[in-house]
Write a protein that binds this ligand. Structure first.
Ligand code: CP
Length: 308
């Protein structure tokens, strides 16, 4: 089965079978991370430019590790030390780097649509590592892989996504990806941070926390995004904590095999009670571990090593 797309900008660019193919490929690559020698020559001779206009720990580190494990040459452009600070535009930055013949750009940017824009002005593959409040497709694939490791049939699952949905590119990608695979999705959060409209099947807004988590198989908690002014949308952080934090009592309403995900970074005791974060129903570090495998799969598939 071939994959003929140059870029990964939105999870909606992928069909159901594409998603399963990315996950199956990631499962194979995960085995490399468990070996003594964590390196294969698969992308030897390929050059990947990492451009992170916004801070990142998990996504940036996992893309870099993925590139190293596949033997690609990585260039990490430090935006604060680059000519971006002299006012160079995104377009000129990409066109100049393009002249050096990279095979792929991995881009995180504060503006929604930035990675789509980049994909249109470069011949290199472009991978969206998070654009504004729009999408974070590789986080969605990590989340799907993490869920599929324990829950075999996504179509039979109730998934609750709770928190700052409006500003969350993870929520948007997870909603698209999980609903494409047939999950029943319940959203809940402060009214001001819920989506204005729902254009996706199998998605509904819960009336309260109890309805959102009742019998849920998967609970995805989201970060309050200070950098995107979430705080202006809620009366106070104490109020948020009181009404929207996942507590042990709420967790007891969920399915007995519920798993709890969070894309990170977590504001401990704001979105999730601290004691739940460190207990065995939480899969936050598993999401990070799978993030490396998923990003290896994305690079491998998009860079055309496995055409046809
Ligand atoms: N989940 C996520 O995107 O985390 P980082 O911002 O640390 O990359």
């Amino acid at each position: 089965m071939s994959f003929d797309k140059k870029d990964l900008i939105s999870i909606n660019d992928l069909t159901r079978s594409d998603i399963y193919r990315f996950i199956e490929t990631a499962k194979e690559f995960k085995k490399i991370s468990l070996k003594d020698i964590k390196k294969v020559p698969t992308l030897r001779g390929k050059t990947v430019v990492n451009l992170f206009y916004e801070p990142s720990t998990r996504t940036k580190a996992s893309f870099e590790i993925a590139q190293k494990r596949l033997s690609a040459d990585s260039l990490n452009v430090s935006i604060s030390q680059s000519s971006v600070v002299k006012g160079e535009s995104l377009k000129d930055t990409i066109l100049n780097l393009e002249s050096m013949k990279p095979d792929a750009f991995v881009i995180r940017h504060q503006e929604s649509g930035a990675s789509y824009f980049v994909s249109k002005i470069t011949k290199a593959s472009t991978i969206n590592a998070g654009d504004g409040i729009n999408e974070h497709p590789t986080q969605c694939l990590s989340d799907i892989m993490t869920i599929m490791e324990e829950k075999k049939d996504i179509a039979s699952l109730k998934v609750a996504i709770i928190g700052d949905i409006y500003h969350s590119r993870v929520a948007r990608s997870d909603i698209y990806g999980l609903s494409k695979l047939g999950a029943e999705i319940y959203l809940y959060g402060p009214y001001s941070l819920l989506p204005r409209s729902l254009d996706t099947q199998n998605v509904r807004i819960a009336g309260n926390m109890e309805e959102a988590v009742k019998n849920a198989d998967v609970i995805i908690m989201l970060r309050i995004q200070r950098e995107r002014a979430s705080y202006y949308f809620i009366p106070s952080i104490e109020e948020y904590r009181n009404f929207f934090r996942l507590t042990r009592g709420l967790l007891s309403l969920a399915s007995k095999n519920v798993i709890v995900l969070h894309p990170g970074p977590v504001n401990r005791d704001v979105e999730i009670a601290g004691s739940i974060i460190d207990e065995n129903r939480t899969r936050i570090l598993k999401q990070v571990e799978n993030g490396v495998a998923v990003r290896m799969a994305c690079l491998y598939i998009l860079l055309g090593v496995q055409k046809n």
